[in-house]
Design a protein around this ligand. Structure first.
Ligand code: ADP
Ligand code: ZN
Length: 561
């Protein structure tokens, strides 16, 4: 099936390349004709009428005559000249005004129209399809999720009810089938019973209907993204295995990163007894010291496995300086983490947070700040009808007078959470200009604006698409990987058998893939070994905990799996 889709995309591309070549050839012919006529014009003018024109003027005359504009500022005054001018006009009409549009339409517009008219979307998968992930509702989040599936070679099928969308997606090379998600007969044809997982990002009522219909057909796991956290229970009741309240998760994420309370609350995940946590240096006594001076390992036995500075990951070294923008990535036991919390819980900054944008995510951030007893101000250009709990200043946040008047220059943290990335970038830049020390955390709606937000001065950026896709991938993997920040994650892999008996350095895991081995879970040993030295010998059955970018994770999969 994928081959048919890929074949179609390939055919469309090949045909387009061929047509483009023909068009280029035709344009070359036109240019040659114009230049030829221009030389002829010069010659005739000189010999028939004794007037001399430059090459530029001759080309100008040819073009105005061929396009039938004929300004009349340069004209012949003799009969042979009139005959020549008429010939140029006629060839202009034929080659430029008739043939050229004809070629453009027949080679580019008509084939595309014909293909889309003839296109019949698939409405069913072959009966023996199995192990596929069914994806309902394609948006930035599910698209980012599909890229993860591709990276892991997991087959997937996108379902859409819109025939035109199916054509567009198939032309992109995606495997698509067209039908109504809530139609049981159609769902049967998606081979849902034999699927690996069903993932849906539709509106909540459509998800409820889909869950009920799919549940009646079998017990495959179903994960849905809930628009409204209040609908999570309903979705579970309808049959969803996981209902993810994404805006609530993002709101909490942003709130814990904007405040000084974040350090204690951000355990990213745990693999057995190994806890991976993130501690912002912001507002703690560690700020301004080097990692060596902080002596975290000596004081708590915890391992620092990485440093994140405005989204960039670095391997920790004793001389690495911890700034207000640094996030420490730690690996250890819960007891060790607790010991770290005692050190960082001494707060040196008074929290005063501004939340710009009171949509679902902004509202969830405010609820989290309420729970943490952190004072904040909410600004939105309109009231949030779904929220009766939070007081807000109503006005456009891009109005700098309003921001200054609300005291943004005294804010300790700023959560930017409008649904418009341009506005988010603008607000980041404007707030950084007014308040050099404020901790800015921003949401990025598309993954492509993350770099711009960092460049504008954000301390922490999180994109809906990455977080959503990562949560979906984790559900699929049963938590085999965790999301640290844009572009960096922790993932687990069982040691490939051919590497057993090698040391970490010899194995090439770090050298070949760029990943860092942050911990080893050894068979029969209850405590994980964190930050193992390069000469550690890898034994069969060991589980590697690795840190790396999605690209590095893919390289690992290609090299060792
Ligand atoms: P979500 O629910 O995903 O958070 P919404 O679209 O509901 O997304 O929320 C975005 C919020 O940002 C809306 O309440 C909108 O009014 C607000 N917003 C967008 N632009 C501005 C702006 N320039 N100033 C103030 N608020 C804004
Ligand atoms: Zn609210």
């Amino acid at each position: 099936m994928k081959t048919v889709a890929t074949g179609l995309a390939y055919f469309v591309r090949r045909q387009a390349v061929q047509n483009l070549r023909l068009l280029l050839l035709y344009c070359t012919f036109l240019v040659t004709m114009v230049v030829g006529y221009a030389f002829l014009f010069r010659y005739l003018m000189l010999h028939l009428e004794g007037r001399e024109f430059s090459l530029i003027a001759s080309i100008y005359w040819t073009i105005t005559v061929m396009t039938t504009l004929g300004f009349g500022d340069i004209t012949f005054h003799s009969d042979p000249g009139f005959v020549f001018a008429s010939l140029v006009t006629i060839s202009g009409v034929v080659f430029l005004l008739i043939f050229l549009p004809f070629i453009l339409i027949s080679m580019f517009v008509a084939p595309w129209l014909q293909q889309s008219l003839q296109y019949r979307a698939k409405t069913e998968l072959p009966a023996d399809t199995r192990g596929h992930v069914l994806v309902f509702g394609l948006d930035v989040i599910t698209r980012a999720f599909l890229r993860k599936l591709e990276g892991r070679n997991i087959p997937f099928v996108v379902i859409t009810a819109d025939h035109d969308e199916a054509f567009r997606l198939e032309s992109e090379g995606l495997n698509v089938i067209c039908g109504t998600a809530t139609d049981a007969a159609f769902l049967e044809k998606t081979r849902v019973k034999a699927s690996r997982h069903v993932v849906a990002n539709l509106n909540d009522p459509a998800c409820v209907n889909l869950c009920l219909t799919a549940r009646a057909l079998g017990d495959r796991p179903i994960t849905v993204i809930a628009d409204d956290p209040a609908h999570v229970d309903l979705l579970r009741l309808a049959g969803a295995t996981y209902a993810i309240p994404l805006s609530q998760i993002l709101g909490r994420y942003l709130a814990t990163r904007a405040t000084t309370c974040g350090a204690m609350s951000h355990v990213l995940d745990s693999f057995g007894s190994l806890v991976i946590a993130e501690v912002p240096v912001y507002g703690t006594p560690l700020a301004g010291r080097t990692l060596g001076q902080a002596r975290l390992r000596e004081r708590t036995a915890i391992s620092v496995i990485g440093l994140l500075e405005r989204g960039a990951f670095t391997v920790p070294r004793p001389e690495s300086v911890l700034s207000q923008h640094t996030l420490l990535l730690l690996a250890g036991t819960r007891e060790q983490l607790f010991a770290v919390e005692q050190i960082v819980s001494v707060r040196e900054v008074e929290d005063m947070i501004f939340i710009l944008g009171h949509g679902r995510i902004g509202c969830a951030a405010a609820t989290n700040l309420d729970q943490m007893k952190v004072p904040y101000k909410l600004i939105d250009r309109r009231e949030n009808p779904a929220c009766g709990r939070h007081a807000q200043v109503t006005g456009d946040a891009t109005n700098l007078g309003l921001l200054r008047g609300s005291g943004i220059d005294r804010a300790s943290g700023l959560i930017i959470t409008t649904n418009d990335d341009n506005v988010n970038i603008f607000l980041t830049l404007a707030s950084r200009h007014v308040n050099a020390h404020v901790r800015i955390v921003s949401r990025s709606n598309g993954e492509e604006n993350v770099d711009e937000l960092y460049a504008a001065g954000a301390d922490f950026v999180v994109s809906n698409a990455s977080v959503g896709a990562n949560i979906l991938a984790n559900v699929l993997d049963k938590k085999e990987s965790i999301f640290l920040t844009e572009g960096v994650g922790v993932f687990r892999r069982t040691l490939p058998p051919r590497l057993s008996g090698w040391t970490i350095a010899e194995s090439g895991i770090e050298g070949l893939t760029g990943c860092t081995v942050v911990a080893l879970e050894r068979p029969g040993v209850p405590e994980p070994l964190t930050t193992p030295p390069p000469d550690t010998v890898l034994k069969a059955g060991t589980v590697l905990v690795l840190i790396g970018s999605p690209e590095q994770e893919k390289r690992f999969n290609q090299a060792f799996q």
